[in-house]
Structures are given as structure tokens and as C-alpha cells.
Design a protein around this ligand. Structure first.
Ligand code: NI
Length: 135
């Protein structure tokens, strides 16, 4: 039986959207207040979806405690209460848009998740704005 399991998580982080190849003016034009040089914060909501076959011996798709710990150790501990631009190596040279953050999270989790699972990551930057990878 094929099924999907979900785990939600949360982290707060600051960022600045900025393309170093552009002038401050063009950055302001394109990114608006998200390019504020003094940074601003978001309450990011993360939704991790794992898809696969239920193990007939356990009746589980995945032990949700394992998934919870993985997200905590690999994502929340890494990004929560951080300035993404300044405090993380992932975004030292990558514009921390929701799109990029979502893809980075997927890449990190993918490395730690058994190959038999499909993985989808959804990231809410605001309650109404969110992205999902893979599309
Ligand atoms: Ni922003």
C-alpha cells in the first residue's frame, strides 16, 4: 500500500533578498522591502511529505519520530533564529528566497532519507505565500 506521511515544523529566520551584481536601487526595485539592508524576519512553516510503501511488518510508512528528529537536527537547528545571509553557509552566496530555501531544505533532507521514499518539501514564507519542491 502506497501512502504519504507529513510532518510540519517551524523556524524563524531573518534574511535579505539581494543580488550583489545589481545596484542598491535595482535591488530595491525588484525585491522591495525584502531587500531592506538591515534584514527582516519571517516565521517559516515547513511541511515535509514522505511517500512510499507501508512496511507490512510495522504498518508504518516511516517512523514519524525519526522524521521529526531529522527535521529538528538538520533544518530547525541549522536555520532557526539565524540570519540566513550572515549565519549560514548555505546562503552565504545564494539569495535566500523561499524558492532557494525550499530547495536547500529538500537537498539536505534527501541526503538523510532512505532512497525508497519520495520527498516533497513545502515552505510557507507567510500563511499565504508558499513554494513546493519538486514542482
Ligand atoms: Ni522576506
Amino acid at each position: 500500500m502506497r501512502i504519504a506521511a507529513f510532518r510540519r515544523a517551524h523556524f524563524n529566520a531573518a534574511h535579505r533578498l539581494f543580488n550583489p551584481d545589481w545596484s542598491d536601487e535595482k535591488n530595491r526595485e525588484v525585491f522591495g522591502p525584502c531587500s531592506n539592508p538591515n534584514y527582516h524576519g519571517h516565521n517559516y512553516e515547513l511541511e515535509v511529505k514522505v511517500v512510499g510503501e507501508v512496511d507490512p511488518e510495522t504498518g508504518y510508512l516511516i517512523d514519524l519520530k525519526t522524521l521529526k528528529d531529522l527535521i529538528k537536527e538538520q533544518i530547525e537547528d541549522r536555520f532557526d533564529h539565524k540570519n540566513l545571509n550572515l549565519d549560514t553557509e548555505e546562503f552565504a552566496n545564494l539569495n535566500p528566497t523561499a524558492e532557494h530555501i525550499c530547495h536547500v531544505i529538500w537537498t539536505i533532507l534527501r541526503k538523510h532519507l532512505d532512497e525508497r521514499y519520495e520527498l516533497v518539501v513545502r515552505l510557507y514564507e507567510t500563511p499565504r505565500n508558499y513554494v513546493e519542491y519538486p514542482a
